[in-house]
Design a binder for this molecule. Structure first.
Ligand code: GCU
Length: 681
């Protein structure tokens, strides 16, 4: 077993420089905690274990300011009660904000509330682990996004939908786990990167998990929620829209039927007896064969509002997913366009949802491909709360065998200018809630963890978990900064390791795109499990995910002029930019246009030559990743070294298969040879 793997970025390695140890020991030997709460206890526990592990001295906990100096943990309120002056107006902080400040020979960790204090404690420990001497600290932090959520896609039989890191840490054999220690460690990891909400069960809710909202399971849901609460994390559950029938024994789930409204009220009342700060429901309705309001001729707003009304008196919210599309499409039908579906379904309902409903909009509009246009629904509903949905688990991006650091992808999305309110209306401003007057907004993502010892299968996939939390806390951080932070916390600060791993991470998205599906075309994966190449795997299926390759060319025509009209869902000038072949960016060319193989890209290369080039190059780049990693042997513990090497070797097999099938397929279709005469089968 490997403690490093399990601890991820919270390893609290021993600090070796004796001068630094002496300096830090004198600052960190006393923890003076001026309030009492579960979260402050969590903060004190974390600080105590961490300081002991890094400095080999056990800090003493005191409850009053006196002779001793040390780390003072306090909320704004107790700061006032104790008449402490900090030359900073803490009242200006938002509710989760904090200040870390050196003053009066102490280090103050001041939160607007105890949640901020906890975040400050994790921040301080990050500094210590980074060998900072902690002099003259003056840090003010607050999250940019309010809702910062993780969605577990865990099933109660212990399996995880699209999970690549073992089984569920929450469920086994249709019960909630008794291993609460692991859940606590998960809560620590989440909290350390600022995640404040979690839904614990899969959005596809079948028989047993339908009953999670009943007395049968609520006592144990409570145990889980209690742990999360002490780390500042609110617990949510995914629900089955047909619950009134399945557990309420009603003959209908019609949201307008009075008995259905009663049913949801009763459910909510029951849940809040056990979990007084329960977050609310996640709902996948009328999506991929899951039940929803359409059955009763009701729209999504009517569907969501019945739940919202039931939760409202308790302060709960409904997170309603917009992943609604026709999943029984006929491939012969060129007019139906899955990318359009979320916008077409939801945009007309703007303003009809109650204010404790949030629409969760998946990005991209198709489904978490390696590159897609940004969902045009984001920013298109000024009167409806929205939350952006990402996927941390690497369903279409290598399944935690292949390396794919996703922070650069997410950053591109955050920085995309929707022009919803003129220039500068970026996605990050929308999720931050500064463009429209949203009562709720933020970001959610599908988790990539399971019960593998290292949580994420591939140790390097921990960077996506870490990076997701850090980036949604502050979308202005760069992908590189986040990578460096993660690497140092995870592997230490040997410059060779830092430089190599950082380079590997930062190139990995492009590499993955190179040997899989460049120019925005997407898919071409094996049906069902979605790993590995299968160019026509979905070409004649019902799922609406086609590339339309023939002897002349490929791509999906989404223009207004000749295609599905999807480009019109964007605000000007994006709509015109995508509509025109001249201005559409190359990396999304085939997402928007059907072009001949001989179409010339802005690089001067033809599409077909670009295909060949990126696929040959992609494989070489994976070979390069392996070479780089091998040079780190001896600098990283054996277990993690071997784990990553094994994954990289699987990635190489995958990349070669992609290269050869993809190139052969398009050579056979087009009859156009590779300019450089490389081996095509
Ligand atoms: C993808 C994924 C499904 C998942 C769905 C969703 O299509 O393959 O497993 O259920 O997304 O987001 O609901």
């Amino acid at each position: 077993t490997s403690e490093e793997s399990y601890a991820c970025w919270l390893q609290y390695r021993k600090i070796t420089d004796p001068t630094l140890v002496e300096k830090l020991t004198s600052s960190l030997s006393n923890l003076i905690v001026l309030d009492q709460s579960e979260r402050l206890t969590a903060a004190i526990d974390e600080l105590t274990t961490a300081i002991q592990s890094m400095l080999e001295v056990k800090p003493v906990t005191l409850t009053e300011l006196g002779e001793e100096n040390g780390v003072v943990l306090a909320t704004e309120e107790s700061l006032k009660l104790n008449n402490i002056e900090l030359e900073y107006d803490v009242s200006e902080l938002t509710v989760e904000g904090y200040v870390i400040k050196s003053a009066h020979n102490n280090i103050y960790l001041i939160g607007k509330t105890d949640k901020g204090v906890l975040y400050a404690a994790f921040h301080l420990l990050r500094l210590v682990q980074g060998n900072e001497p902690l002099t003259n600290l003056n840090i003010i932090e607050q999250p940019k996004n309010r809702l910062r959520m993780i969605n577990q896609w865990d099933n109660m039989d212990g399996s995880i939908e699209r999970g690549y890191a073992g089984k569920s840490i929450f469920f086994e054999e249709n019960k909630i786990t008794s291993n609460l220690a692991r859940i606590k460690d998960y809560a620590r990891l989440l909290s350390s990167v600022g995640i404040n909400s979690v839904s614990i069960n899969n959005v596809n809710v079948f028989e047993v998990p339908t009953r999670l909202i009943t007395e049968e399971f609520l006592p144990e849901v409570k145990n889980v929620a209690d742990i999360f609460r002490s780390y500042g994390i609110t617990t949510f559950l995914s629900i089955n829209y047909a619950s009134p029938i399945q557990i309420g024994h009603l003959h209908t789930a019609d949201p307008l039927a009075p008995e259905v409204q009663e049913f949801w009220k009763d459910v909510a009342n029951e849940i809040y007896k056990y979990v007084p700060d329960f977050g609310g429901f996640i709902v996948k309705a009328d999506s991929e064969h899951r039940p929803g309001p359409f059955t009763y001729d009701r729209d999504h707003a009517e569907g969501a509002n019945v739940l919202a009304k039931a939760l409202k008196p308790h302060g709960g919210i409904v997170i309603w997913r917009c992943f609604v599309y026709n999943c029984l499409q006929d491939w012969r039908d060129r007019t139906t366009d899955r990318a359009r579906a979320a916008y077409d379904n939801f945009k007309p309902l703007d303003g009809k949802f109650l204010d404790n409903v949030i629409l969760q909009v998946k990005n991209g509009p198709m489904d978490f491909q390696v590159r897609e246009a940004v969902s045009p629904l984001l920013g298109a509903m000024p009167n409806t709360n929205q939350v952006l949905e990402f996927q941390v688990t690497q369903e279409y991006t290598g399944q935690q065998k292949d390396l794919c650091y996703l922070v650069p992808l997410w950053k591109e999305v955050f920085d995309f200018d929707t022009h919803a309110r003129g220039e500068g209306t970026t996605i990050k401003k929308i999720t931050e809630g500064s463009v429209f007057d949203y009562s709720h907004s933020g970001v959610a993502a599908v988790s990539n963890i399971g019960n593998d010892e290292n949580w994420t299968g591939n140790t390097l996939a921990q960077a996506n978990f870490y990076g997701y939390g850090r980036l949604i806390w502050n979308p202005d951080l760069s992908a590189e900064e986040i990578a460096l932070e993660w690497i140092e916390a995870t592997f230490g600060n040997d410059p060779k390791v830092v430089e190599t791993v950082s380079k590997m991470l930062l190139q990995s998205w492009e590499i993955y795109e190179n040997y899989t599906t460049p120019l925005g075309i997407g898919w071409m994966v094996n049906p069902n499990h979605h790993y590995g190449v299968n160019v026509d795997g979905y070409e004649y299926s019902v799922w609406g995910t086609y590339h339309f390759a023939d002897l002349n060319g490929l791509g999906v025509d989404r223009t207004v002029a000749t295609g599905t009209g999807y480009t019109n869902q964007y605000f000007s000038p994006n709509s015109e930019m995508y509509e025109s072949l001249e201005t559409c960016p190359d990396d999304l060319l085939l997402f928007f246009h059907h072009v001949p193989y001989t179409h010339q890209l802005k690089t001067g290369k033809t599409v077909i030559q670009h295909f060949y080039n990126t696929h040959f190059e992609g494989v070489e780049q994976v070979e390069g990743l392996i070479e780089s990693w091998i040079k780190l042997e001896g600098k990283i513990d054996k277990i993690r070294f071997a784990n990553v090497l094994e994954r990289l070797q699987l990635q190489l097999i995958n990349a070669k298969e992609w290269r050869d099938q993809f190139n052969t397929y398009f050579f056979r279709k087009s009859g156009i040879a590779d300019e450089k005469n490389r081996k095509i089968y």
